[in-house]
Design a protein around this ligand. Sequence first.
Ligand SMILES: [Zn+2]
Length: 361
Amino acid sequence: MQAVTTHHGKQVALVSQNELRDPRTNGDYVRAYCHIHGSDHQRSLSIHRTSGWGHCFNAGCNAVVLVAEWNPNVAARMLHASTTGNVYRRPSSFTFATERLPLALQPVLLHAPQPVPQWQRHEQTALLALEERFHTALTSSRRTQAYLAERGVPVKVAEQTGVGYLAADMVSHYTEAEQRFLVRRWAARILFPLVSPYGSGYIGRSLWQWRPGMHEKAHKELLEHANGPRRWIKTNPAGWFCAPFEQLASSIILVEGAFDRLALLTAGFAPTEVVALTGTALQIDWLPPQVKTIVLALDGDQGGLEATRRLADQLNNEGFSVKICPPPQDRWGKDWNERWCQIGSESVWPLRKTCSALRSA
Ligand SMILES: [Zn+2]
């Protein structure tokens, strides 16, 4: 066991699965006797199997634990930070507050995700089982090709990042009514694979009633005013549209949208250096230890600029080197995809300049 204190002053016991005493699986959780306060009366340690986060229900202990093998990225990040000393401080002794915190303030609740409802787990499984078909459908659907072309993205680039298309007729692949029902809301959507410590997921963009030549804004209005399906939907867990965490580069560019990432990859940026948040908050604990520098390239509208200021503060506090590079305030659009469609390779010069300065630094 290794004790680490996070930047926010939370104490976490980093444990190995071998240390768990007589663990028993119970649904999504593993229960074990708590080796931290040393009780063999009750399995008071409860750990989420997917995220590795858990805590001890014993009021006098309240330990927050992370099982390293079940969440190696976060464990590595915490260890790395505690040894380099710039993010996490290692306490001299490992003690927990004796008074019980109100439920909402218990540190583990800030990290561990809410249990995923059963229908969402089934939805994720049903979608994963169709993955190969999505990929084939992306390259064979003329409609998807036309849509990607209008967003300035070659099919090849989309294909290489695992993007797919759930054609309406793929729903009938399932003979069970429940699965058909679950995947139906994903029909006629472009699917982007998402990465998170809790598993993989998808975000899907509806192409409902989209026709070649229809501008992005016109389609958005059509979906909103014609009682159409939601423009974007996500699985639970969701996550970021990016390379697997362990492959991320040491400098990464953070953008908001899935199509912003595709535009930057089309412009020649590497898949390992561009991360699209796709509406999922930046969880600093998710960043793997090799990431040192973050280029914030969120949207140039008010929301994006405010988020940039907030994230820059947080990331600086956590010891990251931060560069701010929003899309310029001109008439070519508030995000990288829009600008890419309007002015092509000229649109990415601010990012190229920022990144080449980083490389030569
Ligand atoms: Zn305990």
